[in-house]
Design a binder for this molecule. Structure first.
Ligand SMILES: CC(=O)[C@@H](O)[C@H](O)COP(=O)(O)O
Ligand SMILES: NCC(=O)COP(=O)(O)O
Length: 246
């Protein structure tokens, strides 16, 4: 089955709105696991706009599944990762001014620092995934730099404004997924996925893990974290089982 990574960043966004203690991100992570999460994803941004360093250490020490730490490719973040030792690190691009991640890594332009950071993380026993656009050259470069997985950016697919654009973006992701598998990379996907658009991505052959956060936290405000995760789990499993029946 496709693994479900639950990103709890935006539970921290609510907490940071008042710079207080509530809602507790660690509790959200545990409830997500009760709802069927296979892993917990958190993005420790350089500007600490939501997830804080204490969240990383507490979640790593508390969850019973596994941690996927999203981070920029910097010495500071590599040092934190090699101390915390999550199961996986997903290297993502960051821009101060961005509202959220706007695209994938430019692996071709940053190959030297990515290769160096990837070697340090792998030496620490951490699986390294690159967050990349559905772009053949970036995927091929990811393997060359030592990535063991790629997470294909589904943001443009999620933001499609017409049926034609939706189909075009889905086809790009399907083709990029096949290339990633051909390159021997583990295939993950994420960004902007929700209860309405997740099924075609979950049904892609060889899909290993979907990382989903904002849409689940949004629903959790009304139904609770455990139920919101359980409902997404059902959407993903139904898509995979439905494909197997065809
Ligand atoms: C890389 C990605 O798509 C998200 O996991 C990332 O966390 C988005 O950044 P924000 O969580 O700050 O929106
Ligand atoms: N890498 C994608 C992720 O972790 C969550 O992205 P989103 O669902 O919050 O857009």
């Amino acid at each position: 089955m496709v693994k479900l990574g639950i990103n709890v960043d935006h539970v921290a966004t609510v907490r940071q709105a008042r710079m207080g203690h509530d809602p507790e991100v660690v509790a959200a992570a545990c409830l997500a696991e009760l709802g069927g999460a296979d892993s917990i994803t958190i993005h420790l941004r350089e500007d600490r706009r939501h997830i804080q360093d204490r969240d990383v250490h507490l979640i790593a020490a508390t969850i019973s599944t596994s941690l996927n730490l999203e981070m920029a490719c910097t010495d500071e973040m590599v040092a934190i990762a090699t101390e915390v030792r999550p199961r996986q690190v997903t290297l993502v691009p960051e821009k101060r001014a961005e509202l959220t991640t706007e695209g994938g890594l430019d692996v071709l332009a940053q190959s030297q620092e990515l290769e160096r950071a990837t070697a340090r993380l792998r030496d620490a026993g951490i699986v390294v995934s690159y967050f990349v656009d559905a772009d053949d050259r970036q995927i091929q470069a990811s393997r060359v730099c030592g990535a063991q997985a790629v997470e294909i950016h589904t943001g443009h697919y999620a933001d499609a404004g017409s049926d034609a654009e939706f189909r075009h973006e889905l086809q790009r992701i399907v083709q990029a997924s096949a290339l990633a598998l051909d390159q021997g990379l583990q295939l993950n996907a994420g960004h902007g996925l929700n209860y309405a658009n997740v099924a075609p991505i979950a049904a892609i052959d060889g899909m290993n893990e979907l990382n989903i956060g904002h849409s689940i936290v949004s629903r959790a405000i009304f139904v609770g974290m455990e139920a919101a995760v359980r409902q997404m789990r059902q959407c993903v499993d139904r898509a995979v089982l439905g494909k197997q029946r065809t």
